[in-house]
Write a protein that binds this ligand. Structure first.
Ligand SMILES: [Zn+2]
Length: 442
């Protein structure tokens, strides 16, 4: 896998990484910035944040952190700007090796520094080897998964050996893609629990005599299953009472939900024919990219047979989408844990940037901006049990932060004003990065 294009800024970053390696200890100081630490719904006015060796080492008044005359500290004058933890995409599908470099760059450009991989075109182990072989290339932290598919069943013993083996591999969690039997679900969740391995994914559904059955909702929510994707399960319940009861159990057992609303919007063509032009990402990315998207989309719709052929499914899916929005709002109102997932993969969806679209959908249904941002930062770290090292801006945490021109707590669309991203010892310019994406797309 070779980078097709190195922009000047990328070259600087890449050289920087290979020269600096682990021994370099640069200090970066954000001076007089408005801080959104994501530890609570507060904005701390005019703070200074010192980064050393990739860690946040001090948050204080500038006068207490002012570097000495000959210090090599890089001071960033950030008065009137906003600093918050960098973002996480909790529902990602990695492409094959030809496109993975581009995919990862999109995420960096969007200020996304952690990815939870739910599946990939190539085998994840193989893809990981390819990515790791590119030594010294800047990329987000990737949380790989072990996929469970319906064609393989697990006895309790087999499930236990899988979880034990996973402690030695770099697969960070088990993702249920599809399920062979209810028994397999029980065995996997028991083994995950006793081994302390994260088990999550699609709501468990299995086939029997040509019919689909969902595993009992109560059973799933009590099993230790850590997150449910796409609001599966909830959307199939028959009554409001059942939904309400399930939401209460969700809250009680601290089960996360990763709704991926934008997947519904775009795979069901709900914005056809012109609505996609109002999409946030459409306005943020270079026209060279969006033009190409339009052409691709046009031929896709033509292939399907034009508007007449998609209209029926659009109407049907609009109804399903409304039902999902209501369930998400109910989960939010009940105080359940939520995760932001972009699930980008279809037309007008860009990796990384698609979590902005997801944020806008959440905002439209009345979820407050702090809760949205917390789902894309702290909750993600907590999901992995890594909230003591990343996900907030606090002394001792990894320096993974984004600097914004405008306050996203005030208006969620301000998430599109990221100027710079700090990733450990590195700092890069997001605007430059976005510009360089159009070269990658050629
Ligand atoms: Zn997905």
């Amino acid at each position: 896998m070779k980078l097709k294009f190195y922009s000047p800024i990328l070259l600087v970053i890449l050289c920087f990484i290979s020269i600096t390696n682990n021994s370099f200890s640069q200090k970066i100081l954000f001076k007089d910035v408005n801080l959104i630490p994501m530890t609570s719904d507060t904005l701390l006015i005019s703070q200074s944040v010192l980064v050393q060796d990739g860690k946040i080492v001090a948050i204080d008044d500038y006068k207490n952190l002012k570097p000495k005359k000959k210090s090599k500290t890089q001071v960033i004058a950030a008065k009137g700007k906003f600093l918050m933890p960098s973002l996480v995409d909790m529902h990602v599908h990695l492409p094959d090796e030809d496109r993975v470099e581009e995919f990862l760059k999109y995420n960096l450009a969007a200020g996304v520094l952690h990815l939870r991989v739910m599946n990939s075109v190539m085998d994840q182990d193989e893809l990981k080897r390819v990515i790791d072989a590119e030594d010294g290339v800047l990329r987000p932290s990737i949380h790989f998964s072990h996929l469970i598919r319906r064609d393989k069943s697990y006895t309790i013993h087999q499930a236990d050996s899988l979880m034990k083996k996973m402690k030695e591999t770099e697969e960070r969690f088990v993702k249920l893609l599809s399920l062979g039997s209810e028994e397999t679900f029980g065995n996997l969740s028991a083994a995950a629990k006793s081994n302390g391995v994260i088990f999550c994914g699609h709501f468990p559904v299995y086939q029997k005599f040509g019919q689909a059955y969902m595993v009992d909702m109560d059973k799933v929510l009590h099993s230790g299953f850590r997150s449910v994707e796409h609001l599966g399960g909830y959307i199939w319940l028959q009554s409001d009472d059942q939904i309400e009861k399930s939401i209460q159990i969700t809250k009680l057992n601290e089960v996360y939900n990763c709704p991926t609303l934008d997947w519904d919007v775009m795979t069901s063509n709900l914005l056809y024919p012109k609505g996609y032009k109002d999409r946030f990402t459409y306005k943020l990315l270079p026209i060279e990219i969006t033009k190409k998207w339009e052409a691709d989309y046009k031929s896709y719709i033509d292939e399907l047979g034009g508007l007449e052929m998609i209209q029926g499914s659009m109407e049907k899916n609009q109804g399903a989408f409304e039902a999902k929005k209501k369930i998400l709002k109910d989960l939010y109102d009940a105080g359940c844990l939520l995760l932001i997932g972009g699930d980008a993969g279809t037309h007008f969806q860009a990796p990384g940037f698609n979590i902005y679209e997801e944020m806008l959908h959440w905002s439209d249904i009345g979820i407050d901006n702090y809760s949205i941002l917390r789902s894309a930062t702290y909750h993600a770290a907590k999901f992995f049990g890594e909230h003591s090292t990343w996900g907030t801006i606090e002394v001792g945490k990894n320096a993974e932060m984004i600097l914004l021109t405008s306050n996203p707590l005030e208006d969620i669309r301000n998430i599109g004003t990221i100027e710079q991203t700090v990733f450990g010892k590195l700092i890069f310019d997001n605007g430059q990065f976005i510009k360089s994406l159009k070269e990658l797309s050629k």
